[in-house]
Design a protein around this ligand. Structure first.
Ligand code: NAP
Length: 392
């Protein structure tokens, strides 16, 4: 249930964040106005995080911001800086864990006019569902020379008869049944609601049998036990239906991870929704993004059972900060995912059409204009162009 005037939090973000977030909000508001003529409206509430919060409050993720996120449960987030290999923990990860946002959802669809490395990029229309809370990302690992790694090696050797050489660091890869079930459920529900053709489970279960293999097994089990009347497995497709999909059903199949990579490049049109554990999902999300030639136009949703965080796929691009040249399209796409999440799909469709129109008309920011050999628009001017198309 979403009110007609929901309060939604936003964080401007670091680097190019403030420019692209403000530009995106103007586009989202224009689309809502066009779709619902004043009957629906977002009440935006700014909360502080990142560099600006550190300067003002002395903390990158202030307690008030965390409390507001817990209370409001919807966050539209500009990119935040995370230093490599040192310093504070990623703010994105902190928020994801706090809200248990277990699904990272990234739709990848080609925009006519982008410079893609593929011959037929218009066939790319994928949605990656990446499990967000399990797997090697739980951070259970120890350095080779640590006492803990030594104790673990001794345990493996003495109790389980497994030899691990003394100079090995050790990491643990947990994959849980409950976490696999909930992401599978979400991916299948999404696929059914959006009339997608298939959900492909991506795994490396031939090698990691009890983690990635189990992910595959539990995902099929969930599909069959909870969605029996709506789905057909690939095995059933050939054993029962002679290779022809019965109409109105969703195909559930699986691919081994390495094969999946070459498949999405060689035959992108065969794939639709991809369901993956955390690490595979991380890799395939960026690889899929590259298929359309520019991850700058992609947004992603981090969703749990009690809320969501919506952001661009790219980062803070510090060299472009404050110059009015950054592309706000990724953040705007994140906004469309948020509108979809709250059920305001009419406004989402209006934005998607305006984006298609702008890119086809070569009204684009410098990151795309340089490939099209056209004069670039600034961040603000690009947003104004979209608002103009929306109002037409
Ligand atoms: P990045 O910020 O995505 O920037 C890499 C390059 O991508 C830029 O130099 C630029 O390429 C292009 N680019 C990205 N966004 C663009 C936009 N909106 N418009 C135009 N060009 C854009 O990646 P990074 O340099 O690796 O990361 C910088 C910081 O962002 C790091 O602190 C990282 O941790 C953080 N980050 C945050 C998030 C998040 O908040 N979710 C995600 C990723 C990274 P050209 O140089 O070719 O023009």
């Amino acid at each position: 249930m979403v009110s007609d005037t929901p309060s939604i939090l936003y964080v401007l973000g670091d680097g190019i964040g403030p420019e692209i977030t403000r530009a995106s909000i103007s586009v989202i508001d224009a689309a809502i106005e066009k779709a619902y003529g004043g009957n629906k409206k977002i009440e935006w509430i700014e909360v502080s995080a990142g560099e600006e919060a550190e300067k003002k409050i002395g903390k990158r993720l202030p307690d008030e911001t965390l409390e507001s996120i817990k209370e409001h449960r919807l966050l539209f987030k500009g990119p935040l800086e995370t230093p490599v290999g040192k310093g504070f923990r990623s703010l994105n990860v902190t928020i994801r864990l706090m809200m248990d946002l277990y699904a990272n959802i990234r739709p990848v669809k080609y925009f006519k006019g982008l410079e893609s490395p593929l011959r037929n990029p218009e066939k790319v229309d994928l949605v990656v569902f990446r499990e967000n809370t399990d797997d090697l990302y739980t951070g259970i690992e120890w350095q080779a020379q640590s006492e803990e790694a030594g104790r673990l090696r001794a345990f493996l050797n003495d109790s389980l008869g497994v030899k691990v050489s003394d100079d090995s660091g050790i990491g643990i890869k947990p994959i849980s049944k409950m976490k696999t079930q909930r992401i599978t459920r979400m991916a299948i529900k999404y696929a059914l609601q959006n009339k997608r053709r298939s959900v492909t489970i991506m795994h490396k279960g031939n090698i990691m049998k009890y983690t990635e293999g189990a992910f595959r097994e539990w995902a099929y089990e969930t599909a069959i036990s909870e969605f029996r009347n709506d789905i057909v497995t690939e095995e059933e497709l050939y054993s029962k239906y002679n290779g022809t999909m019965p109409s109105g059903k969703l195909l559930i199949n699986d691919r081994i991870a390495d094969n999946m990579f070459q498949q999405v490049i060689a035959k992108p049109g065969l794939y639709d929704v991809i369901l993956a554990p955390n690490l595979n999902g991380d890799y395939i999300s960026d690889a899929a993004g590259a298929l359309i030639g520019d991850i700058g136009v992609l947004g992603s949703a981090n969703i749990g059972d009690t809320g969501g965080m919506f952001e661009a796929v790219h980062g803070t691009a510090p060299k472009y900060a404050g110059k009015n040249v950054a592309n706000p399209a990724g953040m705007i796409k994140a906004g469309t995912l948020m509108l979809e999440f709250i059920g305001w799909t009419e406004a989402k469709d209006i934005i998607d059409k305006a984006l298609d129109k702008a890119i086809s008309a070569k009204k684009v920011t410098q990151d795309i204009a340089r490939f099209m050999n056209v004069e670039p628009l600034g961040t603000k001017e690009f947003a104004e162009t979209l608002v103009g198309f929306i109002k037409e």
